[in-house]
Design a protein around this ligand. Structure first.
Ligand code: PEP
Ligand code: MG
Length: 324
């Protein structure tokens, strides 16, 4: 058996010149937790709670959800876990709820919009999370698809109400979770400074951010060649979002697919990203890629990329090898 290289077995990830990068795992099913741990994820950066909903014939009860989330927190007791509230969408539909029907499900009553419109279901989920995370050192709850400050406040107020209810009912629960949001809708780019005053942390869902910035259905093969992460509007939007979060002293991660794509790692580090959450299978290669870069060259690469106005120009910079 070939010996694993030190950078694959070590939990700490850093660039060649010593900049620390935290690598977390995205999890859809609890069965993926063992791979995440074996491959030394520092925690779970995105637990997609829609899967316990999708695999059942009807909405899971608070108790059923509690058991799933409790298992997650128990398994990861020594590591950070970020749990995302229900994110149903066109490609993650519930057979027993017709919320995602309509001509444009991904522009419809999806995600946090569904949760806010169905408050008892949202409360059930939040109560299950707060109860399951009662012992967690840091409980981190993240809302998907936030598109305005008002919507973030509405969602946060439901968490506060659930904490108050659980206290009144004398049920063990986490009293003060960190509340974060995903950056997936381009409308948040302009209002990031305001959001960063209220959200505790951010995670960029590049899959949806690209889909909505470029008006390209991420699941439609016919327009797959319009789905370009290197579009100047996508790259500059990402850079602005990261700058706004950092200026406010807020943590910002990337949890979309871009976060493991070798070609984009120098850009993401270059604009200031220091936390990546990826499918666990990508962790070893990502660790190697980061170790082969220096921050100075990543920053230079990002500057060059951000200066390009065209797709062709950006692609050319992207294809110019950086070491690693
Ligand atoms: C994203 O949009 O990039 C993301 C991580 O969320 P999902 O893929 O679950 O939509
Ligand atoms: Mg998304």
């Amino acid at each position: 058996i070939a010996a694993a290289s030190p950078s694959t077995v070590c939990r700490i990830t850093q660039t060649g010149d010593g900049t620390r990068v935290r690598l977390l795992a995205n999890i859809n099913l609890l069965s993926e937790l063992s791979t995440a741990k074996e491959l030394n994820a520092e925690g779970i950066g995105l637990y997609r709670t829609e899967f316990p909903f999708i695999i059942r014939p009807t909405f899971p009860s608070e108790e059923e959800q509690y058991l799933v989330y409790k298992h997650l927190f128990d398994e990861m007791a020594d590591r950070e876990v970020t749990i995302r509230t229900l994110d149903i969408a066109g490609d993650k539909a519930l057979v027993y709820a017709n919320a995602t029907s309509g001509k444009n499900p991904d522009l419809g009553l999806r995600s946090i919009r569904f949760s806010l419109r169905n408050r008892p279901l949202f409360e059930q989920q939040l109560r299950a999370i707060l109860r399951a995370g009662a012992e967690a050192r840091h409980l981190r709850i993240m809302f998907p698809m936030i598109s305005s400050l008002d919507e973030f406040r509405d969602a946060r107020s439901v968490v506060d109400a659930c904490v108050r209810d659980l206290k009144r009912e004398d049920l063990p629960h986490h009293p003060g979770p960190s509340i974060g949001m995903m950056v997936e809708v381009p409308s948040v780019v302009e209002i990031m400074p305001a959001l960063a005053r209220e959200a505790d942390f951010f995670s960029i869902g590049t899959n949806d951010f690209i889909q909505y910035t470029l008006a390209v259905d991420r699941t439609n093969e016919k327009v797959a060649d319009y789905y370009r992460a290197y579009h100047p509007a996508v790259l500059r939007g990402l850079a602005r979002v990261v700058r706004a979060a950092k200026t406010a002293g807020r943590e910002i991660a990337v949890c979309g697919e871009m976060g493991h794509e070798t070609a984009y790692i120098p850009f993401l580090l270059g604009i200031g990203i220091r936390i990546l959450s990826v499918g666990p299978q990508f962790l070893p290669a990502l660790r190697e890629r980061i170790a082969g870069l220096t921050l100075a060259e990543a920053e230079r690469h990002a500057r060059l990329l951000l200066a390009e106005d065209t797709l062709a120009g950006a692609l050319k910079v992207l294809e110019t090898p950086t070491s690693g």
